[in-house]
Ligand binder design. Structure first.
Ligand SMILES: NC(=O)c1ccc[n+]([C@@H]2O[C@H](COP(=O)([O-])OP(=O)(O)OC[C@H]3O[C@@H](n4cnc5c(N)ncnc54)[C@H](OP(=O)(O)O)[C@@H]3O)[C@@H](O)[C@H]2O)c1
Length: 241
């Protein structure tokens, strides 16, 4: 696949606003690059903890302010939440139940589920009221309960499973308020980023962020309103809950 070939999002009314929360991340930055190159949006806004406006997942007021700022630019057609947390200097994924720790679990839930839930709270009502508009959050296949064969990674798995339930629940409410809009969870595949690099294993297909981003935008473009509330991988295949 040509990683830099322009992605055209023909299913979304042209000329609106697209925003990526988590634009400083590996996948988030590549999504911004593709969205800007697509020419389908009048504005493509890249938000992070260091942008203007900035937002932090643990600060609801900053999320509300960021959403209000982008919604004031025009019709909000696409909101992608590319944030997520797996490890840092303080914690990493648990290998065994002996590693379970209340504060570390709470942090995983705060960043992978509660922050994105607050983003949905503010972004879903701000979506364009008519025509296709999409809120997509980056979840992870390991958040699938039905697909869990390996165990481990308790906090990351459980917080992404919680995210998936939040997406499903919000999609039901969204259907009543914005029938043409979608709220979905997407798995970007295994992507070469700071989040995945300590855990990359031989045998896994590892994509560049550019390839993953192009595929994710292709999936979003192909989704129809009946698929709102779903969990899809970077090839558009439904993942079991
Ligand atoms: N990479 C993979 O193989 C893979 C596989 C499956 C799922 N995913 C999911 O895909 C998404 C993107 O992953 P990635 O690989 O691009 O990760 P990444 O490069 O580590 O990016 C993570 C993003 O989350 C942001 N973030 C973290 N804590 C935040 C906070 N408190 N407030 C605001 N933003 C915060 C980071 O902002 P800062 O730059 O400010 O830290 C960064 O923009 C995540 O949801 C991840 O779980 C990735």
């Amino acid at each position: 696949m040509n990683e830099l070939a322009p992605v055209h999002m023909s299913s979304v009314p042209q000329g609106g606003v697209a925003v990526v929360f988590g634009a400083s991340g590996g996948v988030g930055a590549a999504l911004v690059e593709h969205l800007r190159a697509s020419g389908c949006f009048a504005e493509v806004v890249a938000l992070s903890r260091l942008s203007t406006p900035s937002f932090d997942l643990t600060d609801e007021a900053s999320i509300a302010h960021a959403v209000a700022t982008v919604a004031a630019l025009g019709e909000l057609r696409l909101v992608i939440d590319a944030t997520g947390f797996l490890h840092d200097d303080l914690q990493g994924p648990e290998k065994t139940w002996r590693d379970l720790d209340a504060d570390k679990l709470a942090r995983a839930f705060a960043l992978n589920a509660i922050g994105p839930a607050l983003l949905m709270k503010h972004a879903l009502p701000a979506l364009a009221p008519q025509g296709k508009a999409v809120f997509a959050t980056l979840s992870a296949r390991v958040g699938s309960i039905g697909d869990n064969q390996l165990g481990g990674w308790y906090g990351y798995r459980a917080s992404k499973a919680a995210l998936n339930q939040l997406v499903r629940t919000a999609a039901i409410e969204l259907k009543r308020r914005r029938p043409a809009a979608l709220c979905v969870a997407l798995h970007p595949g295994t992507v070469r980023t700071a989040l995945s690099s300590p855990f990359s294993k031989d045998g896994l297909e590892v994509q560049t962020p550019q390839t993953s981003a192009a595929r994710l935008l292709g999936v979003i473009d192909a989704l129809n309103e009946d698929q709102s509330g779903g969990f899809f991988d970077h090839l558009g295949v439904t993942i079991p809950w």
